[in-house]
Design a protein around this ligand. Structure first.
Ligand SMILES: [Zn+2]
Length: 420
């Protein structure tokens, strides 16, 4: 828990730091930032590397309890730190779902026991995620949830969603919506467009996401609630979030690496690893996501890491489940595809996720818990899914060459992952 990080480019946009210097860690906490000579500590030479506040992926499915053949809290935590994430937020659609404090407590204690990454559980909005009655939100907050969401499903009942936005304000936690009008998306397996027509697959129109988002924005404005949009995927959604922020709404939005990297063209050979929800969209939608990232409309990058057992992804396209793994490819794709400044990249992967989830902040400041991500932005590497720490293999990025990688992940002052 003691470490001297020497000669790294220390970047923390929140504390307005960007300089080459040393970081002293004692007892799992940052003790000083600045030239450190004559310090008797184990040394991590960070010459040529970037030292950043620990990255936080706020949209992850860990599958435990209930589907441990696809992922556990331990294996998901291993994949997280291998991808440079010191913390993840775990969506509640486990089996049973995290809709009560005993499941929340189980996740918290299992994460402490077995995960190298910190795990912040997200509670369900509704009981069993059925969209009928509110879950035990207050009790789950006591047990440790940091947000509520019925992710995987939207809350179709507007009245119930209004109540959730109002109730969540009492605890100052965000309400995260998976925006999808289930009537508009019914039976769809990919983006509705030229490719769905050509492939003869039923489409999910962009309007399915946008219709729900527009309802939600009205309710967020009416209640003043803290609203967060999960995995935004269309030009219309980006525009609506942009306008809502301009009106002063306290909302936030995330994008996944697959939505800013791939389009519906990836479905052309019926690859089930190109099947996700929301679906991969058109090249025009992708361009709008990039614009939204660049102008600050989109706050955070989150993977929507959704492991599935190989047997399920080997089903035909119509029957295979939605979702791909993402924890180990997020950072590489973000650096390779987006060409952002280091400041903006770290904002989207660490600072803004912390702010959205209202967690006790960490970063490059004295007395912060020493949760750090060390990047080599120039490192060229190839993702090999066979070497993934995740229990699942459903990634469309197998064999992809990327530039930029997390080469060390430090949690509480301990190096939990290293790839020099
Ligand atoms: Zn979702």
């Amino acid at each position: 828990m003691d470490l001297l990080i020497k000669n790294g480019r220390v970047v923390d946009p929140e504390r307005k730091i960007d300089r080459i210097t040393d970081v002293v860690i004692r007892d799992g906490k940052i003790r000083s930032i600045g030239t450190a000579n004559d310090v008797e500590l184990p040394v991590f030479d960070a010459t040529g590397l970037v030292v950043a506040p620990g990255f936080f992926d706020i949209h992850v499915h860990l599958r435990e309890p209930g589907t441990e053949e696809a992922e556990t809290i331990r294996t998901g935590g291993n994949a997280a730190v291998a991808g440079g994430f010191t913390a993840v937020a775990a969506m509640p659609n486990t089996k049973p779902p995290n809709d009560n404090p005993s499941i929340t407590s189980y996740i918290v204690s299992e994460a402490r026991r077995s995960s190298p990454a910190r795990v912040f559980p997200i509670g369900a909005i509704t009981k069993e995620q059925k969209g009928e009655t509110l879950a035990e939100i207050g009790e789950m907050v006591q047990a440790g949830i940091t947000a509520i969401s019925d992710d995987g499903k939207p809350v179709m009942d507007g009245q119930l969603f209004r109540r959730a936005l109002e109730y969540a304000q009492m605890f100052d936690i965000p309400v995260i919506e998976h925006c999808e009008d289930l009537h508009l998306s019914k039976g769809g397996v990919m983006h509705e467009g030229v490719y769905s027509t050509r492939l003869g697959l039923k489409g999910i129109p962009g309007a399915a996401e946008e219709a729900m988002l527009s309802r939600d924005l009205i309710l967020a404005e009416m209640t003043g609630g803290r609203y967060h949009v999960a995995h935004l995927s269309t030009r219309g959604s980006v525009q609506m979030v942009r306008e809502a922020k301009a009106r002063g709404l306290q909302i936030s939005a995330e994008v996944t690496p697959h939505h800013f990297t791939l389009t519906d063209a990836a479905v052309a050979d019926y690859d089930t690893n190109a099947k996700m929800n929301p679906p991969l969209r058109s090249s025009d939608d992708l361009a709008a996501l990039i614009e939204g990232i660049e102008d600050g409309t989109i706050d955070a990058i989150a993977s929507d890491h959704a492991p599935h057992h190989m047997n399920l992804k080997m089903l035909e396209f119509d029957s295979a489940p939605f979702g791909i793994t993402g924890l180990e490819t997020s950072v590489g794709l973000a650096i390779t595809q987006l060409k952002l400044s280091m400041k903006r990249l770290i904002e989207m992967l660490s600072i803004n996720p912390q702010r959205i989830m209202r967690v006790k902040p960490w970063g490059l400041f004295e007395d912060s818990t020493a949760d750090l991500t060390i990047l080599n932005p120039k490192r060229k590497w190839t993702f090999d899914v066979k070497h993934s720490r995740s229990l699942s293999r459903n990634s469309p990025f197998h064999g992809w060459e990327m530039t930029g990688k997390a080469v060390a992940t430090i949690v509480g002052g301990k190096i939990v992952y290293e790839d020099r």
